[in-house]
Write a new protein. Structure first.
Lengths: 117, 158
């Protein structure tokens, strides 16, 4: 049961990462220039009233949601595949016969022994 | 899922590093975009290009906050003006500021909830002004007598 649950984590992480990307790609995004949100000319020339504070607040909410999803997905993936990323997979080590495991190196003193006079 | 995990683990090491790099780059781009949006000040930049007699879309300033509105006309008729305003929701807008250059009375001030009330001129010839569009909104207007299309921009900071 625990294996089934742990098997779902990679899928969940990929889904979180993809959801963050989708939010980033498909949310309406205002260009920022010289520290100000630039309202598109077609919006400024339109008939509907422009609610600046709501537009800016919505963009910030969506960007925050997007970054939280993407970061949690990316960190989750990095954690799940840490063995593959930084070394050999744990399964391979576990599957290897005992007699093939590398012997534990003995501690070797690197300090030169003083010669007796 | 186990199969996918195994397959990823059996990728060649350069392949895994490449995939991880792609994920890291995409994540960095998302973080950079979000940081820019979240840390940008509450300011909006609106460009206008108005034929004689035309209006921009109505703009709703933030409610119950002081909002600095500064605007300029850049082509043909350059000028600049500014006001600080306060919007009482559904009631009126109150403002005080400076008309564009060459005004007999450089200070502009008032409070109104009536559409069409002048707020501030933002060009030299006093053809382009910011005025009330309703009790909650303002707009940019080019006077019909200007006889030319005038362009510029307005920045709101709140």
């Amino acid at each position: 049961m625990a294996t089934v649950a742990s098997d779902r984590w990679p899928l969940i992480c990929w889904l979180l990462f993809a959801a963050g990307l989708l939010f980033q790609l498909f949310s309406p995004r205002l260009k920022i220039s010289n520290g100000a949100f630039v309202i598109p000319p077609e919006m400024a020339a339109g008939k509907n009233a422009i609610r600046l504070d709501e537009i800016v607040a919505r963009q910030r909410r969506l960007q925050l949601l997007s970054v939280l999803l993407t970061l949690s997905g990316a960190f989750g993936l990095a954690f799940l595949y840490r063995d593959t990323l930084i070394g050999e997979p744990r399964d391979e080590v576990a599957d290897r016969p005992r007699n093939q495991l590398a012997p534990i190196p003995r501690e070797v003193s690197t300090q030169a022994q003083r010669e007796k006079p | 899922m186990k199969a996918i995990t195994k397959r990823i683990q059996k990728f060649s090491r350069p392949g895994v590093i490449l995939l991880a790099t792609v994920v890291a780059i995409i994540t960095s781009v998302v973080v950079a975009n979000a940081t820019q949006s979240i840390t940008a000040p509450n300011a909006a930049f609106i460009s206008y290009n108005l034929a004689p007699g035309a209006n921009s879309a109505a703009i709703t300033p933030a409610a119950n906050k002081s909002v600095l509105v500064m605007g300029c006309s850049t082509a043909n008729d350059p000028g600049v003006g500014q006001v600080s305003l306060l919007r009482y929701p559904s009631t009126l807008i109150q403002w005080v500021g400076l008309e564009s250059y060459y005004s007999q009375e450089p200070i502009t001030q008032g409070r109104s909830g009536i559409a069409g009330t002048h707020i501030v001129y933002i060009d030299y010839a006093h053809w382009v002004d910011i005025r009330m569009a309703s009790a909650d909104t303002i707009l940019i207007h080019n006077n019909p007598v200007s006889a030319s299309t005038l362009a510029g921009n307005v920045t709101l900071i709140w």
